[in-house]
Design a binder for this molecule. Sequence first.
Ligand SMILES: Cc1cc2nc3c(=O)[nH]c(=O)nc-3n(C[C@H](O)[C@H](O)[C@H](O)COP(=O)(O)O)c2cc1C
Length: 322
Amino acid sequence: MISTEYMGLELKSPVIVASGPLTQNIVSLKKAEEAGAGAVVLKSIFEEQIEKDVSAEIDNNEEFLGHSGADFAAFSRDRYIDRYMKLLSEAKKNLSIPVIASVCAKTMDNWIEYAERFIKCGADGIELNYYPISSDADVSGSDVDKRLISFAEKARKAIDGPLSIKMGYKYSSLANIIKTLDKTGINGIVLFNRFFRPDIDIENLAFTSSNPVSGKDEYAEALRWIGLMSGEIKADMCGNTGIHDGETVVKMLLSGAKAVEVCTAVIQQGFSVIGKINAFLEDWMKRHGYSSIKDFSGLLSQEHIENGWMWERTQFLKTIGE
Ligand SMILES: Cc1cc2nc3c(=O)[nH]c(=O)nc-3n(C[C@H](O)[C@H](O)[C@H](O)COP(=O)(O)O)c2cc1C
Protein backbone atom coordinates (compact mmCIF):
# COMPACT_ATOMS: atom_id res chain seq x y z
CA MET A 1 0.00 0.00 0.00
CA ILE A 2 2.77 2.50 0.88
CA SER A 3 5.23 1.43 -1.81
CA THR A 4 6.63 4.06 -4.14
CA GLU A 5 8.95 4.37 -7.09
CA TYR A 6 11.95 6.63 -6.66
CA MET A 7 14.64 7.02 -9.34
CA GLY A 8 13.34 3.84 -10.96
CA LEU A 9 13.83 1.92 -7.71
CA GLU A 10 10.91 0.11 -6.09
CA LEU A 11 10.69 1.16 -2.43
CA LYS A 12 8.34 -0.61 -0.04
CA SER A 13 8.06 2.64 1.94
CA PRO A 14 8.82 6.25 0.93
CA VAL A 15 10.98 6.65 4.05
CA ILE A 16 14.69 6.55 3.26
CA VAL A 17 17.31 6.76 5.99
CA ALA A 18 19.49 9.72 4.99
CA SER A 19 23.25 9.66 4.67
CA GLY A 20 24.77 10.25 8.10
CA PRO A 21 25.68 8.65 11.41
CA LEU A 22 22.93 6.00 11.08
CA THR A 23 24.17 4.63 7.80
CA GLN A 24 27.84 4.09 8.43
CA ASN A 25 27.81 0.58 9.84
CA ILE A 26 26.04 -2.65 9.02
CA VAL A 27 24.32 -2.98 12.41
CA SER A 28 22.40 0.30 11.97
CA LEU A 29 21.72 -0.40 8.31
CA LYS A 30 20.05 -3.69 9.25
CA LYS A 31 18.05 -1.91 11.97
CA ALA A 32 16.85 0.59 9.35
CA GLU A 33 15.59 -2.22 7.14
CA GLU A 34 13.96 -4.10 10.03
CA ALA A 35 12.20 -0.88 11.12
CA GLY A 36 10.60 -0.58 7.67
CA ALA A 37 12.80 1.86 5.75
CA GLY A 38 12.31 1.85 1.97
CA ALA A 39 16.02 2.42 1.25
CA VAL A 40 19.21 3.66 2.85
CA VAL A 41 21.78 6.19 1.71
CA LEU A 42 25.23 5.28 3.03
CA LYS A 43 27.27 7.86 4.93
CA SER A 44 29.09 9.95 2.31
CA ILE A 45 32.60 9.38 1.20
CA PHE A 46 34.18 12.84 1.34
CA GLU A 47 36.51 13.73 -1.50
CA GLU A 48 37.79 16.69 0.52
CA GLN A 49 38.73 14.51 3.51
CA ILE A 50 40.45 11.91 1.35
CA GLU A 51 42.53 14.52 -0.47
CA LYS A 52 43.46 16.21 2.83
CA ASP A 53 44.50 12.93 4.48
CA VAL A 54 46.36 11.71 1.41
CA SER A 55 48.43 14.88 1.13
CA ALA A 56 49.17 14.77 4.89
CA GLU A 57 50.36 11.16 4.47
CA ILE A 58 52.54 12.17 1.54
CA ASP A 59 54.05 15.04 3.58
CA ASN A 60 54.76 12.68 6.48
CA ASN A 61 56.47 10.15 4.22
CA GLU A 62 58.14 12.57 1.83
CA GLU A 63 61.70 11.48 2.54
CA PHE A 64 60.93 7.84 1.77
CA LEU A 65 58.79 8.40 -1.28
CA GLY A 66 61.23 10.03 -3.71
CA HIS A 67 59.50 10.06 -7.10
CA SER A 68 56.80 7.60 -6.14
CA GLY A 69 54.49 10.23 -4.53
CA ALA A 70 51.82 9.82 -7.23
CA ASP A 71 51.70 6.01 -6.83
CA PHE A 72 51.51 6.44 -3.08
CA ALA A 73 48.63 8.92 -3.43
CA ALA A 74 46.70 6.48 -5.63
CA PHE A 75 47.37 3.66 -3.17
CA SER A 76 46.25 5.81 -0.23
CA ARG A 77 43.07 6.89 -2.03
CA ASP A 78 42.32 3.25 -2.84
CA ARG A 79 42.39 2.41 0.86
CA TYR A 80 39.52 4.83 1.55
CA ILE A 81 37.53 3.63 -1.42
CA ASP A 82 38.08 -0.02 -0.46
CA ARG A 83 36.84 0.67 3.06
CA TYR A 84 33.68 2.23 1.61
CA MET A 85 33.21 -0.64 -0.84
CA LYS A 86 33.46 -3.08 2.05
CA LEU A 87 30.51 -1.39 3.78
CA LEU A 88 28.63 -1.24 0.49
CA SER A 89 29.10 -4.92 -0.33
CA GLU A 90 28.25 -5.92 3.25
CA ALA A 91 25.06 -3.83 2.99
CA LYS A 92 24.18 -5.39 -0.36
CA LYS A 93 24.73 -8.89 1.06
CA ASN A 94 22.61 -8.31 4.19
CA LEU A 95 19.82 -5.99 3.04
CA SER A 96 17.05 -6.50 0.54
CA ILE A 97 16.12 -2.79 0.27
CA PRO A 98 18.00 -0.50 -2.16
CA VAL A 99 21.37 0.76 -0.97
CA ILE A 100 22.39 4.14 -2.34
CA ALA A 101 26.03 5.23 -2.12
CA SER A 102 26.77 8.87 -1.40
CA VAL A 103 29.68 10.96 -2.61
CA CYS A 104 30.43 14.37 -1.21
CA ALA A 105 32.34 15.95 -4.08
CA LYS A 106 34.58 18.99 -4.00
CA THR A 107 36.04 19.00 -7.49
CA MET A 108 34.49 18.36 -10.88
CA ASP A 109 36.21 15.12 -11.79
CA ASN A 110 38.30 13.30 -9.18
CA TRP A 111 35.36 11.66 -7.42
CA ILE A 112 33.82 10.19 -10.59
CA GLU A 113 36.04 7.13 -10.34
CA TYR A 114 34.65 6.41 -6.84
CA ALA A 115 31.07 6.55 -8.04
CA GLU A 116 31.80 4.27 -11.01
CA ARG A 117 33.37 1.74 -8.66
CA PHE A 118 30.39 1.91 -6.29
CA ILE A 119 27.97 1.14 -9.13
CA LYS A 120 30.13 -1.82 -10.22
CA CYS A 121 30.15 -3.02 -6.61
CA GLY A 122 26.33 -3.16 -6.63
CA ALA A 123 25.13 0.24 -5.37
CA ASP A 124 21.51 0.66 -6.44
CA GLY A 125 22.11 4.35 -7.04
CA ILE A 126 24.42 7.27 -6.35
CA GLU A 127 23.51 10.40 -4.42
CA LEU A 128 25.86 13.30 -5.07
CA ASN A 129 26.35 16.01 -2.58
CA TYR A 130 27.98 19.08 -4.16
CA TYR A 131 27.70 22.46 -2.53
CA PRO A 132 30.80 24.58 -2.48
CA ILE A 133 30.11 27.75 -0.54
CA SER A 134 30.33 30.74 -2.86
CA SER A 135 32.60 32.95 -0.77
CA ASP A 136 34.67 34.28 -3.67
CA ALA A 137 33.30 37.76 -4.40
CA ASP A 138 34.76 37.63 -7.92
CA VAL A 139 32.55 34.69 -8.89
CA SER A 140 29.07 35.68 -10.05
CA GLY A 141 25.85 33.86 -9.18
CA SER A 142 25.44 32.64 -12.74
CA ASP A 143 28.95 31.14 -12.65
CA VAL A 144 28.06 29.31 -9.43
CA ASP A 145 24.95 27.93 -11.15
CA LYS A 146 26.93 26.92 -14.25
CA ARG A 147 29.35 24.94 -12.10
CA LEU A 148 26.54 22.95 -10.50
CA ILE A 149 24.98 22.24 -13.89
CA SER A 150 28.24 21.21 -15.49
CA PHE A 151 28.92 19.03 -12.43
CA ALA A 152 25.55 17.29 -12.95
CA GLU A 153 26.19 16.88 -16.70
CA LYS A 154 29.55 15.25 -16.08
CA ALA A 155 28.06 13.00 -13.43
CA ARG A 156 25.21 11.96 -15.73
CA LYS A 157 27.64 11.05 -18.53
CA ALA A 158 29.91 9.07 -16.23
CA ILE A 159 27.42 7.23 -14.04
CA ASP A 160 25.38 4.45 -15.53
CA GLY A 161 22.64 3.98 -12.95
CA PRO A 162 20.12 5.91 -10.86
CA LEU A 163 21.65 9.25 -9.94
CA SER A 164 20.45 12.01 -7.64
CA ILE A 165 21.78 15.37 -6.54
CA LYS A 166 21.25 16.43 -2.95
CA MET A 167 21.26 20.17 -3.08
CA GLY A 168 21.30 23.30 -0.97
CA TYR A 169 18.81 26.14 -1.40
CA LYS A 170 20.97 29.23 -1.58
CA TYR A 171 20.59 29.92 -5.30
CA SER A 172 19.02 33.08 -6.68
CA SER A 173 16.65 31.17 -8.96
CA LEU A 174 15.95 27.74 -7.60
CA ALA A 175 13.24 27.14 -10.18
CA ASN A 176 15.72 27.72 -13.00
CA ILE A 177 18.42 25.59 -11.46
CA ILE A 178 16.07 22.69 -10.67
CA LYS A 179 14.67 22.74 -14.22
CA THR A 180 18.15 22.89 -15.76
CA LEU A 181 19.38 20.09 -13.49
CA ASP A 182 16.40 18.03 -14.62
CA LYS A 183 17.39 18.49 -18.27
CA THR A 184 20.74 16.79 -17.58
CA GLY A 185 18.80 13.53 -17.18
CA ILE A 186 19.53 12.94 -13.49
CA ASN A 187 16.90 10.73 -11.85
CA GLY A 188 16.40 12.38 -8.48
CA ILE A 189 16.70 15.73 -6.72
CA VAL A 190 16.89 15.78 -2.94
CA LEU A 191 15.65 19.03 -1.37
CA PHE A 192 17.36 20.20 0.81
CA ASN A 193 20.59 19.14 2.42
CA ARG A 194 21.14 20.61 5.89
CA PHE A 195 24.72 21.74 6.11
CA PHE A 196 27.28 22.24 8.81
CA ARG A 197 26.48 25.56 10.53
CA PRO A 198 29.16 27.71 12.08
CA ASP A 199 28.88 29.11 15.58
CA ILE A 200 31.02 30.83 18.18
CA ASP A 201 31.78 29.68 21.70
CA ILE A 202 31.68 33.02 23.55
CA GLU A 203 33.35 31.70 26.74
CA ASN A 204 36.34 30.16 25.00
CA LEU A 205 36.41 32.72 22.19
CA ALA A 206 36.52 29.94 19.65
CA PHE A 207 34.94 28.96 16.38
CA THR A 208 32.63 26.02 16.83
CA SER A 209 29.70 24.31 15.12
CA SER A 210 26.02 24.58 15.99
CA ASN A 211 23.70 21.66 16.69
CA PRO A 212 23.81 19.31 13.68
CA VAL A 213 20.22 18.08 14.05
CA SER A 214 17.14 19.74 12.55
CA GLY A 215 14.04 21.12 14.22
CA LYS A 216 10.64 19.69 13.27
CA ASP A 217 9.50 22.98 11.74
CA GLU A 218 12.40 23.16 9.27
CA TYR A 219 10.60 21.35 6.46
CA ALA A 220 8.76 24.34 4.93
CA GLU A 221 11.32 25.33 2.28
CA ALA A 222 11.61 21.77 0.97
CA LEU A 223 7.81 21.55 0.95
CA ARG A 224 7.52 24.85 -0.95
CA TRP A 225 10.04 23.92 -3.66
CA ILE A 226 8.69 20.45 -4.14
CA GLY A 227 5.18 21.95 -4.36
CA LEU A 228 6.39 24.48 -6.92
CA MET A 229 8.52 22.19 -9.09
CA SER A 230 7.32 18.58 -8.87
CA GLY A 231 4.77 19.09 -11.65
CA GLU A 232 7.37 20.61 -13.97
CA ILE A 233 10.20 18.10 -13.99
CA LYS A 234 10.80 14.47 -14.88
CA ALA A 235 13.24 13.68 -12.08
CA ASP A 236 11.75 12.38 -8.84
CA MET A 237 11.86 14.77 -5.92
CA CYS A 238 12.80 13.62 -2.45
CA GLY A 239 12.05 15.76 0.62
CA ASN A 240 14.69 16.25 3.27
CA THR A 241 15.32 18.37 6.40
CA GLY A 242 12.93 18.67 9.30
CA ILE A 243 10.83 15.60 8.44
CA HIS A 244 10.24 14.12 11.87
CA ASP A 245 6.81 12.44 11.69
CA GLY A 246 4.09 10.86 9.57
CA GLU A 247 2.14 14.11 9.16
CA THR A 248 5.12 15.78 7.50
CA VAL A 249 5.69 12.77 5.24
CA VAL A 250 2.06 13.00 4.04
CA LYS A 251 2.58 16.74 3.35
CA MET A 252 5.72 16.01 1.31
CA LEU A 253 3.90 13.38 -0.77
CA LEU A 254 0.94 15.72 -1.33
CA SER A 255 3.35 18.40 -2.58
CA GLY A 256 4.78 15.91 -5.07
CA ALA A 257 7.74 14.19 -3.37
CA LYS A 258 8.19 10.53 -4.33
CA ALA A 259 10.15 9.80 -1.17
CA VAL A 260 11.65 11.48 1.89
CA GLU A 261 14.97 11.19 3.66
CA VAL A 262 15.11 11.24 7.45
CA CYS A 263 18.07 11.55 9.78
CA THR A 264 17.32 13.66 12.90
CA ALA A 265 14.02 11.86 13.60
CA VAL A 266 15.87 8.54 13.84
CA ILE A 267 18.75 10.02 15.88
CA GLN A 268 16.28 11.48 18.38
CA GLN A 269 13.50 8.87 18.44
CA GLY A 270 15.30 5.67 17.43
CA PHE A 271 14.64 3.42 14.41
CA SER A 272 11.10 2.70 15.63
CA VAL A 273 10.05 6.14 14.32
CA ILE A 274 10.19 4.65 10.80
CA GLY A 275 7.51 2.08 11.70
CA LYS A 276 5.44 4.84 13.31
CA ILE A 277 5.67 6.98 10.16
CA ASN A 278 4.71 4.01 7.95
CA ALA A 279 1.75 3.18 10.20
CA PHE A 280 0.58 6.81 10.22
CA LEU A 281 0.83 6.98 6.43
CA GLU A 282 -1.13 3.76 6.00
CA ASP A 283 -3.82 4.90 8.41
CA TRP A 284 -4.06 8.34 6.75
CA MET A 285 -4.38 6.70 3.32
CA LYS A 286 -7.15 4.41 4.58
CA ARG A 287 -9.03 7.34 6.13
CA HIS A 288 -8.83 9.25 2.85
CA GLY A 289 -9.64 6.29 0.62
CA TYR A 290 -6.27 5.98 -1.14
CA SER A 291 -4.88 2.54 -1.92
CA SER A 292 -1.60 3.71 -3.41
CA ILE A 293 0.74 6.69 -3.03
CA LYS A 294 0.29 7.38 -6.76
CA ASP A 295 -3.38 8.23 -6.02
CA PHE A 296 -2.45 11.38 -4.12
CA SER A 297 1.17 12.14 -4.96
CA GLY A 298 1.42 15.80 -6.01
CA LEU A 299 -2.29 16.42 -5.43
CA LEU A 300 -1.51 19.76 -3.80
CA SER A 301 1.39 20.78 -6.02
CA GLN A 302 1.16 24.14 -7.77
CA GLU A 303 -0.14 22.55 -10.99
CA HIS A 304 -2.99 20.81 -9.23
CA ILE A 305 -4.58 23.48 -7.08
CA GLU A 306 -6.59 26.53 -8.05
CA ASN A 307 -4.71 28.89 -5.78
CA GLY A 308 -1.27 27.59 -6.87
CA TRP A 309 0.20 31.09 -6.41
CA MET A 310 0.08 30.39 -2.65
CA TRP A 311 3.21 28.27 -3.03
CA GLU A 312 5.01 31.45 -4.18
CA ARG A 313 3.86 33.55 -1.28
CA THR A 314 6.64 34.98 0.88
CA GLN A 315 5.01 37.82 2.82
CA PHE A 316 2.49 37.60 5.65
CA LEU A 317 -0.58 39.61 4.59
CA LYS A 318 -2.25 39.54 7.98
CA THR A 319 -0.86 40.16 11.43
CA ILE A 320 -1.06 37.50 14.14
CA GLY A 321 -4.54 37.19 15.66
CA GLU A 322 -6.27 39.14 12.87
C1 LIG B 1 25.83 13.98 12.29
C2 LIG B 1 25.34 14.12 10.87
C3 LIG B 1 26.14 13.65 9.82
C4 LIG B 1 25.73 13.80 8.51
N1 LIG B 1 26.50 13.31 7.48
C5 LIG B 1 26.08 13.44 6.20
C6 LIG B 1 26.83 12.93 5.12
O1 LIG B 1 27.89 12.30 5.29
N2 LIG B 1 26.36 13.11 3.87
C7 LIG B 1 25.18 13.77 3.60
O2 LIG B 1 24.79 13.89 2.43
N3 LIG B 1 24.43 14.25 4.61
C8 LIG B 1 24.85 14.10 5.88
N4 LIG B 1 24.08 14.58 6.90
C9 LIG B 1 22.83 15.31 6.58
C10 LIG B 1 21.61 14.38 6.62
O3 LIG B 1 21.70 13.38 5.64
C11 LIG B 1 20.33 15.18 6.35
O4 LIG B 1 20.42 15.75 5.06
C12 LIG B 1 20.11 16.32 7.35
O5 LIG B 1 20.39 15.89 8.66
C13 LIG B 1 18.69 16.85 7.26
O6 LIG B 1 17.74 15.84 7.50
P1 LIG B 1 16.99 15.71 8.95
O7 LIG B 1 16.27 16.95 9.18
O8 LIG B 1 16.13 14.50 8.82
O9 LIG B 1 18.09 15.52 9.95
C14 LIG B 1 24.47 14.42 8.23
C15 LIG B 1 23.65 14.85 9.29
C16 LIG B 1 24.07 14.69 10.60
C17 LIG B 1 23.16 15.15 11.70
